[in-house]
Design a protein around this ligand. Structure first.
Ligand code: FES
Ligand code: FES
Length: 167
């Protein structure tokens, strides 16, 4: 199939439009058409999770989705995770920084998106639940121990910063 289509979606809270071929991958669309290079591409086969973004709040692999599929939906990339958080970083981002949950950082955008959704759905995950939650994301550097620590640290930060009424 050929012929560019107009794609309209909300990216990191901002309405965006661009034209793309129907076969254009969402990962390439975000990186090359919208300039959001925080979404990394590793395997391009749905294995490594580096390209994970939030699609209407849920983690998806953007290398396995066509950009046209995202038309009319909300996408959050790593560039948008800190929106509305004081200090320029979200609790999950701060926790990864505090706990040394990254080395080269290539896998980190995908982990940050995955963990953001994980903690929204399960604010106090057990070690086993953390392992299951991040099992779709591969890291070649860290050995995962500090990433697991970072997830628990992020849960603490989110709980500490929650308004009293939410506790
Ligand atoms: S680049 Fe998408 S899963 Fe590896
Ligand atoms: S920090 Fe390097 S691949 Fe995960």
């Amino acid at each position: 199939m050929t012929g560019a289509r107009e794609i309209g979606l909300i990216v990191n809270g901002v309405p965006r439009t661009a034209s793309a071929e129907p076969r254009r991958l969402l990962s390439d669309f975000l990186r090359h058409d919208l300039g959001l290079t925080g979404t990394h591409v590793g395997c391009e086969h749905g294995v490594c999770g580096c390209c994970t973004v939030l699609f209407d709040g849920d983690p998806v692999r953007s290398c396995l989705m066509f950009a046209v599929t995202a038309s009319g939906h909300e996408i959050t990339t790593v560039e948008g995770l800190a929106a509305g958080h004081a200090g320029g970083l979200s609790p999950v981002q701060r926790a990864f920084q505090d706990s040394h949950g990254l080395q080269c950082g290539f896998c980190t955008p995908g982990f940050l998106c995955t963990v953001t959704a994980l903690l929204r759905d399960n604010p106090r995950p057990s070690d086993e639940e953390v392992l299951e939650g991040i099992s779709g994301n591969l890291c070649r550097c860290t050995g995962y121990q500090n990433i697991i620590k970072a997830v628990h640290r992020a849960a603490d930060i989110i709980a500490e910063e929650a308004p009293e009424a939410d506790r």
